[in-house]
Unconditional design. Structure first.
Length: 384
């Protein structure tokens, strides 16, 4: 409310100034009209400047003041040359340097961000250590654990367009997407509460760029920082454009234990593989283990020998062989698909089918077998 009153007061003051200092005395209404038009232009400029981030306004102000000081210094040297049209030259010089100072300061407004200014006084090495967070890495959640350990240095930058994307996911009608979005917001709140981690939410946006991934790349270029993501495609595109990327999946893969060919692993074969006879198991860290001829051991825990390790961008795959599958079975031994001895199964089946025999005590003669009842012969009728 007080802003509206202040604007009305500014319009009245400028209209009164135009009436008092009317440049055209013949037209008494021209001065107040000129004052009202100037006030309307000033209010429109103020409303538009309200949408501009604070650091860019500070940059424009610093640039304008620097241009004005530079114009006075240059004019102090040029004024002694006795040039023609000195006023025109002076005006052009002042306007040119102030305009260039305002434009350069506004375009380099990120120099005046609070985090950079504080880092410049604390430690100059932290000036360019910006980490721009992607939506995928926030939803993933492992970034919070990494921050707690202190391995991630610098300032974590969360763009406003990433927050909007998280909010859209959290407001989705799909329950799975909604839970993922809310988890991402909880992760951000958890990181902000960490005392040793500096989080900065920036208002910088690129309206001419529609895709969020490209906006992240442009922001990282402007801040001279790095992108923290889990997205494989964003990783490749950013590297092609010369932007450094910190991939959490690559970090997790590098921290997995090293497995060398010839080592013996104990794994639980969970399912059938793509190739004939293969079985698939997983280590505790989620690494896939492909067991040759391991289909027969599905549902069992077996010992396998590592033959090779394949490292890909999506993760690590370990190929193993099952020595028991290659060993020949003893003569007369047959096994099913799970490796069980079929002879034992038949033996148990025969034991279940064999009838129980009565126990015979010592000194007691065996009981004779009861004769089987014969069907009674049909009786003859009296009429026969």
């Amino acid at each position: 409310m007080w802003l509206v009153l202040f604007r009305l007061l500014a319009v009245a003051a400028l209209a009164w100034a135009g009436w008092v200092f009317n440049p055209l005395s013949v037209l008494p209404w021209f001065g107040p009209l000129l004052g009202v038009v100037f006030a309307a232009a000033l209010i429109g400029l103020e409303l538009r400047a309200h949408r501009v981030p604070a650091q860019y306004m500070v940059g424009a102000l610093v640039g304008g003041v620097t241009g004005l000081v530079g114009a006075n210094l240059v004019w102090g040297v040029v004024s002694g040359l006795q040039l023609q049209h000195e006023r025109l030259v002076h005006t052009l010089l002042v306007v040119f340097l102030i305009y260039m100072g305002v434009m350069i300061g506004a375009r380099r407004g990120e120099w005046f961000e609070p985090a950079r200014v504080i880092a410049a006084f604390k430690d100059a090495s932290r000036l360019y250590q910006y980490k721009v967070l992607d939506t995928s890495v926030i939803i993933d959640g492992r970034i919070a654990d990494i921050c707690e350990t202190g391995f991630l240095d610098g300032t974590l930058v969360v763009p406003q367009f990433v927050l909007r994307e998280l909010q859209q996911v959290a407001d989705s009608s799909d329950s799975l997407k909604r839970n993922r979005g809310r988890r991402g917001l909880d992760i951000l709140q958890r990181i902000q509460k960490m005392a040793h981690v500096q989080v900065q939410i920036v208002e910088t946006d690129f309206p001419e760029v529609r895709e969020v991934d490209l906006k992240l790349i442009e922001l990282a270029k402007r801040l001279s920082g790095k992108i923290v993501t889990n997205d494989f495609n964003l990783n490749k595109v950013a590297q092609l454009r010369g932007v450094a990327v910190l991939n959490i999946n690559e970090l997790a893969n590098s921290l997995k234990p090293v497995v060398l060919p010839g080592e013996v692993l104990r794994v639980f074969v969970l399912k059938e593989g793509k190739e004939a006879g293969q079985g698939v198991a997983y280590l505790d860290d989620g690494t896939m283990v492909v067991v040759d001829q391991g289909k027969r051991a599905i549902g069992r825990t077996i010992e396998v020998t590592v033959t090779s390790v394949l490292q890909t961008t999506a993760g690590k795959m370990i190929f193993c062989r099952w020595p028991e599958a290659l060993a020949p079975a003893p003569p007369g031994e047959r096994r099913d698909r799970n490796g069980r001895d079929l002879r034992n199964e038949h033996r148990r089946e025969g034991e279940r089918r064999e009838p129980e025999r009565p126990a015979v005590h010592p000194g007691e003669p065996p009981k004779p077998a009861e004769p089987e009842p014969h069907p009674a012969a049909p009786s003859a009728t009296r009429g026969e």
